[in-house]
Design a protein around this ligand. Structure first.
Ligand code: ADP
Ligand code: MG
Length: 684
């Protein structure tokens, strides 16, 4: 067969021989739609059919290959009895058994007195070796096709090994040569195979079973590199020249003088970085990374003051209504005595007010609009949008970021904020298109949250403690992992917990969980915020970022089901005011060594970045809060823990080369990992 043409690699699988409608459908269930998906569908093991086994050395239950003479075919005339073929050689006898096979077919593949090669699973029945429905039967002249070590793929209904092999062999055995996207020296230095050799090795050797094998590592590197290419392209497109900004910051200075606290050193540094961006003649595209409570909001409000003072508008978007409101009220307070005009726009804003706001945004009467994603509807035209701020954006992927940049327009600076700590390894791969500012320290006055752990058996000791807290007007979060009791999972149920607690503290308890709609959720959060209820029982839906300054106690059930970073985020809900925050972790069973280690880290450290690193080391990347949506989806093969060195290697490499993503060699790589669309979609 001829080598495949390059473009076939990105065509639908039905371009391959023997792949019709039905098979395409089955393949699609395995997420194999294009030919290239076959390349990336790696075997997980292999079946060794390469050796001929004597009939006196067969092993029951194993897949083996035998070479025998067909002696006799036996087709019983009674229904439901299997057809039998008796075979033998110098080392013994064996029966080959078929259920539901046509006589004509069997006579053709088992010619009497001829040698055949058969491969399949060895069974034992009536004291005799037998093989039922073997996988392969072949005349001797074609035995080489059977006698091989055959890669084992996770297959699905409608596709067996033989069928899949017909497809995958067409592809893997006929790969075209591809122009390498790396420099020759780089490949050599890192002991990487060429792309083609690499794919073959991944399918035809045991490399696929070792994530640190050299061919697996090249694949991982390709994936990371493709990801970095996209980010670097996104950055190029966004960080373009903007209208030069003459720059004053008198208002911000006044605001600072009035604040009841001094900015932390980190806050000052970040503000400095932002101000340089505002002044520069390229657009700002920056993310502020800072732990919960590190004081990102005030930094963003000061930035708004600077932009407004220089005659441009700002949009500040929060993920939820309640958070938008909270930012709005804070902004009003902070901007008192200035002439900065701000308003709030959310899904709940009444039609009349909405119209008025939209008009004011258009004619420039409003300087700053705070709201939910409704800020970026098509209907809304800014007169002069100079800055868009997105709070708690960790669910934004690179695609959303580039869309946002487009909406903001060429003259709009972009500032994103996230409280989700990202391990160092991942920083570049997730946020490599942006400049990164970190707030490393928390306001000095803030007391460290005390973290305790307790076995659930001792839950009764808590009630009197909670009662005391409520009596002195404190508020309590109670977190459980699931809404309803499940017979399969030993998770607690927020609902039944609500009933229990409500009996003890009638009328003082609220329940919030993921199944409620947004309006219902906000209503409950609001009544908790207003201190109308004292205890809020919840699943993990407690929104990131909301300030409940009066809540000082959080109790987390089944704490071992959560990741460390998530526990850290949860406990960050309390201790935001002047009161000492306390977090109690409840555990069901006796703890494993690993669990004890994890609690120790939480008790000792208050540093979200450190905790994220440790969490990743102990549980792997997928469990870090908030990444399931954005981060892990970026990678199918790369693992930030296993391949830490490859992430840094890719970072170094991409910094040292000149890239033009439109070169065809990159196009191939990007298409391979489904990244090409993201780049094209960016092109105006
Ligand atoms: P986050 O980074 O989680 O968004 P916020 O901006 O909501 O944090 O700040 C949390 C609380 O800390 C707010 O009540 C804010 O007023 C306060 N705060 C911010 N900066 C300082 C500071 N430098 N000193 C004291 N308190 C501060
Ligand atoms: Mg915040």
């Amino acid at each position: 067969m001829n080598l495949l043409k390059k473009d076939i690699i990105f065509s639908n699988v039905n371009k391959l021989k023997g792949v019709g409608k039905q098979l395409s459908k089955y393949l699609k269930n395995k997420k194999i739609e294009k030919v290239k998906d076959i390349l990336l569908n790696l075997p997980y093991s292999e079946t060794d059919r390469s050796k001929i086994t004597s009939l006196n050395k067969l092993e029951i239950g194993k897949i083996q290959t035998i070479r025998v003479i067909v002696k006799k075919l036996n087709f019983p005339r009674v229904r439901n009895l299997p057809n039998k073929i008796i075979c033998e050689n110098e080392s013994g006898k064996i029966e080959i058994v078929y259920f539901n096979s046509r006589e004509g077919y069997l006579r053709k593949i088992y010619p009497v007195n001829e040698w055949v090669v058969i491969s399949g699973k060895i069974g034992f029945f009536n004291k005799k070796y037998q093989m039922s429905n073997p996988d392969y039967v072949s005349p001797l002249e074609k035995e080489e096709y059977v006698k091989q070590v055959i890669p084992k793929y996770s297959l699905t209904k409608g596709i067996n090994e033989k069928k899949y092999r017909l497809i995958s062999d067409q592809v893997i055995n006929n790969l075209p040569d591809i122009n390498e996207w790396y420099e020759k020296n780089f490949l050599k230095k890192n002991n990487f195979l060429t792309w083609k050799e690499n794919i073959i090795a991944l399918h035809k050797s045991k490399d696929n079973q070792n994530k640190l094998s050299r061919s697996y590592k090249r694949l991982v590197f390709d994936e990371i590199f493709a990801n970095l290419l996209v980010l670097s392209e996104n950055r190029k497109k966004i960080k373009k020249n903007k209208q030069n900004k003459y720059f004053k910051s008198i208002i911000a200075k006044k605001i600072l003088e009035r604040l009841p606290f001094e900015l932390t050193k980190s806050q000052k540094n970040v503000l400095e970085e932002i101000n340089l961006d505002l002044k520069s003649n390229t657009r700002m595209f920056r993310i502020i990374q800072g732990d919960v409570g590190s004081g990102k909001t005030i930094v963003s409000l000061l930035t708004i003051a600077n932009v407004v003072e220089n005659k441009q508008q700002c949009a500040f978007m929060a993920p939820t209504e309640i958070l938008a409101k909270q930012h709005f009220h804070l902004a009003k307070k902070i901007f008192i005595g200035t002439n900065i005009k701000i308003d709030l726009l959310t899904g709940k804003t009444e039609t009349k007010k909405r119209k008025e706001i939209i008009d004011n945004i258009r004619n420039g009467d409003l300087d700053c609009i705070i709201g939910t994603h409704s800020l970026f509807q098509k209907k809304i035209d800014f007169k002069n949008l100079g800055l868009a701020i997105i709070d708690e954006q960790h669910k934004f992927g690179v695609k959303q970021r580039s869309e946002l940049a487009k909406k903001g327009g060429d003259n709009c600076d972009l500032l994103l904020m996230s409280a989700t700590p990202i391990p160092r390894t991942m920083m570049m791969s997730l946020y490599g298109d942006m400049d990164i500012s970190k707030i490393l320290e928390k306001p000095a006055k803030r007391k460290k949250i005390i973290t305790l752990s307790k076995p659930e058996k001792k839950i009764n000791e808590l009630w009197s403690f909670i009662k005391k807290q409520i009596n002195i007007n404190n508020q309590v979060f109670w977190v459980c992992p699931l809404i309803k009791e499940s017979s399969y999972l030993d998770y607690s149920s927020a609902k039944s917990k609500f009933d229990t607690i409500n009996k003890k503290f009638p009328g003082k308890v609220g329940l919030i969980h993921g199944a409620l709609n947004k309006v219902e959720k906000e209503k409950i959060l609001d009544s908790f915020l207003k201190n109308e209820i004292s205890i809020l029982v919840s699943t993990t839906v407690i929104e990131v970022g909301i300030d409940f300054p009066n809540a000082n106690l959080i109790i987390i059930e089944n704490a071992n089901k959560f990741g460390l970073a998530q526990l850290h985020q949860l406990r960050g809900r309390v201790g935001r005011g002047d009161k000492q925050g306390l977090c109690i972790l409840l555990f069901k069973e006796s703890l494993s060594k690993n669990a004890i280690k994890r609690i120790k880290i939480l008790k000792e450290s208050d540093d979200g970045f450190f905790i994220a690193e440790e969490d990743m080391r102990l549980r792997g990347f997928g469990d870090i809060a908030g990444y399931q949506q954005s981060g892990s989806k970026n990678f199918r093969f790369a693992d930030p823990v296993t391949h830490e060195d490859l992430f840094s290697l890719a970072e170094k490499y991409i910094k040292n080369i000149n890239i033009n993503v439109n070169e065809s060699k990159y196009a191939f790589l990007l298409k391979l990992f489904d990244k090409a669309e993201i780049i094209n979609q960016n092109i105006d």
